[in-house]
Design a binder for this molecule. Structure first.
Ligand SMILES: Nc1ncnc2c1ncn2[C@@H]1O[C@H](COP(=O)(O)OP(=O)(O)OP(=O)(O)O)[C@@H](O)[C@H]1O
Ligand SMILES: [Mg+2]
Length: 346
């Protein structure tokens, strides 16, 4: 206890550095940070310096004056803007440390299964530069499965579908390892983009991505509602012909139509994974079904549509937004047990 108070002991951390959200788990304390992966940078002289992070910065997206730029440094599950990503990781680590600890932490950070060695190295280096003593990585679907409470260590196939902001990761796991993994660059962001372009095409209205995300959460669905148009919502944007702000009412049915393409891509990714699964493990999956995690899994009816398309039961994990962080945290707390799932990029 004194060690921790006086900062002699490092606060080790498990980090889910997501395209949309970053979560940090500290052993014994649980999830201590959960913020959007957004940084606002401000121009000072010739340099861009960090100005705000997380929730505060997310509110600035699409609303910044010329001197300030709100950036999402992660795209498709990997670092798109190295400098900004590093500033963000550094800031979040310091926030968790609360300047209490002088010791350098051990960090486990997860990476998409489809990321390249160069992308993995970038994530590892940014955590090292942010002050970590040692950085281990784990594949996101493995962490998601552990966080969802799947029996990944047993000789039994489990299928996990993690639908994040940037990627959909489909994986079949058995005996603590990945038997098959496929990472598709489709997720919540693609859904938001699909809504923006649908509304531009059909209503001549330009909306921002934050508005699109709100529409998706409010009235988004993976299939047409039973009762005609379903729920409705008033949305505001800029009319493309007149240039003035205007408001339209849009229905769940229209948004389901807008989302058809990304939903189809997610279903296809799962089908391909099922086709590539060895038969013994397939039969386990038929018994136990598919477990979905990640924020995208909360899209209305996605579980039903996916279940219907592949003919298997589909379940949404408890607390889908936190599974990856919880799983990575569990690995950090039991590193010896899970050491086969951890790696470094050389
Ligand atoms: N109720 C909801 N319905 C549909 N989508 C949702 C809902 N709640 C959150 N989302 C979406 O989930 C996504 C964020 O999920 P999550 O935090 O799992 O992603 P991430 O881990 O940051 O991304 P990635 O794993 O791809 O790097 C966002 O696109 C968000 O809009
Ligand atoms: Mg994620």
């Amino acid at each position: 206890m004194l060690d921790w108070l006086f900062g002699w002991k490092a606060t080790n951390m498990a980090i889910d550095l997501g395209t949309a959200n970053t979560l940090v788990y500290v052993p014994g304390r649980g999830i201590v940070l959960n913020e959007p992966s957004v940084v606002a940078m401000k121009r000072e002289g010739g340099n861009m310096v960090p100005y705000a992070f997380g929730n505060v910065a997310k509110q600035m997206l699409g609303r910044t004056p010329e001197r300030i730029e709100a950036i999402r440094p992660m795209k498709d599950g990997v670092i798109a803007d190295f400098h900004t990503a590093e500033e963000m990781i550094k800031h979040f680590i310091q926030q968790v440390n609360n300047k209490r600890s002088f010791a350098r932490p051990t960090i486990i950070i997860c990476v998409p299964s489809g990321s390249t060695p160069v992308e993995r190295r970038a994530i590892q280096e940014s955590a090292e530069n942010a002050g970590a003593k040692e950085v281990f990585m784990i594949e996101e679907p493995v962490a998601a499965a552990i966080g969802a409470g799947l029996p990944v260590g047993e000789a039994m196939g489990s299928m996990i579908v993690d639908i994040g902001g940037g990627t959909t990761e489909v994986a079949v796991l058995s005996l603590g390892g990945v038997v098959y993994a496929r990472s598709e660059r489709v997720g919540g962001d693609r859904m938001d983009e699909a809504i923006v372009s649908y509304i531009r095409r059909h209503y001549n209205l330009l909306i921002g991505e934050t508005t699109a995300e709100n529409i998706k959460k409010e009235i988004g669905a993976a299939c047409l509602p039973d009762d005609g148009e379903g729920k409705t919502m008033e949305i505001r944007g800029r009319h493309l012909a007149t240039g003035v702000p205007c408001e339209v009412v849009i229905s769940e049915a229209r948004i389901a139509e807008a989302l058809a393409d990304p939903v189809y891509q997610i279903i296809e990714a799962v089908k391909v994974a099922l086709e590539c699964t060895p038969p013994e493990l397939s039969s386990d999956i038929v018994d136990k079904g598919i477990v979905m995690t990640g924020g995208g899994s909360m899209l209305k009816s996605l579980d039903l549509v996916l279940g219907y398309a592949v003919g298997l039961p589909v379940f949404i994990a408890e607390n889908p937004l936190a599974c990856v962080a919880l799983g990575t945290g569990k690995v950090l707390e039991n590193m010896e047990e899970y050491k086969a799932s951890l790696f470094k990029q050389h």
